[in-house]
Design a protein around this ligand. Structure first.
Ligand code: AG3
Length: 283
């Protein structure tokens, strides 16, 4: 008998990964959590049926969501991470000695517990003494914060279900207030290819643009996300993602990465014309 994990990438496109075992399945208070084992991608975590991470390609997403802003702003001390219960973003952040404190705000504690068990290589830094975990709604958490964070990373699910509030104008406004004078917000920004993802991408960009003076979108190739073409948003109060990149500084840190490098940093902000057009004019 063959077992396949299938995700709908659009109403008429499906993406399937052959799996040999379902290791875990549960309906938590917030979402359905599944873990599968596959030959090609290793273990895979799905939330509400959507791939969040696989062992084979998670490094791409986590390199890009963390090292891009960290190479632009050298003095990051205080970080807020929203979502990210799998631990990948925290793992990458903890490689920087300059970081003094990380608030991790994850709505679903179950995701952390499941990842500790099935993805121990991802949760290695969850117990770093600089990390404080808060199991609550990120939207609510950030409302009370003023000028506190040098960097906010929104490592969320898609804009429906538990992640919905993390794509609202109110949330982006609160993030702006929670950041220091030269603070940066980075978020997972959906995909430009299939219509529903592209609509979410446009909506997020429009809302972030209404709040932040510096706004840019950058891309990465992530094989297990819809179309394989995934985007991130960079929003700053003053810092520019390329002009303020300090290559020499970042390279001197000696952080070994499998995807990110400072050449790619400059290139990943160069978007295809159809994506630029959608971001500029909406759809
Ligand atoms: N965050 C989810 C990115 C969006 C995935 N969407 C999808 N497959 N439709 C990933 C969490 C990794 N820390």
């Amino acid at each position: 008998m063959e077992l396949w994990f299938t995700e709908n990438h659009s109403s008429s496109v499906r993406f399937s990964i052959k799996v040999d075992k379902q290791l875990y399945s549960e309906q938590s208070e917030y979402q359905r959590i599944d873990v599968f084992r596959s030959e090609e991608f290793g273990r895979l975590l799905a939330l509400d049926g959507y791939v969040m991470i696989t062992q084979k390609d998670e490094f791409i997403y986590h390199d890009m969501i963390v090292h891009v802003p960290m190479a632009v702003k050298k003095d990051v001390k205080n970080v807020l991470v929203i979502g990210a219960g799998d631990g990948g973003t925290i793992r990458e952040l903890c490689r920087y000695d300059s970081i003094e404190h990380i608030d991790l705000v994850e709505i679903d504690e179950k995701v952390v517990r499941v990842c500790e068990k099935y993805f121990p290589e991802m949760t290695v830094s969850m117990n770093d003494k600089r990390v404080s975990a808060h199991f609550t709604d990120g939207l609510r958490f950030v409302r009370r914060k003023q000028g506190e964070y040098d960097l906010i990373i929104v490592d969320s699910t898609d804009p429906f279900g538990p992640g919905e509030g993390l794509f609202t104008p109110e949330f982006y406004g609160n993030c702006y207030n929670a950041l220091t004078e030269t603070g940066i917000l980075v978020n997972q920004h959906e995909s430009p290819f299939y219509e529903n993802d592209a609509k979410a991408m446009c909506r997020a960009h429009e809302r972030i643009k209404a709040v932040f003076p510096v706004c840019a979108v950058y891309q990465a190739h992530i094989p297990t996300y819809a179309s394989g073409h995934w985007l991130f948003g960079f929003a700053g109060k003053t810092l520019h993602p390329i002009k303020d990149l300090d290559e020499e500084y970042w390279n001197s840190l000696g952080i070994k990465t499998r995807y990110y490098n400072t050449e790619l940093h400059k290139g990943c902000f160069a978007l295809p014309n159809y994506v630029k057009e959608m971001l500029e004019n909406g759809m």
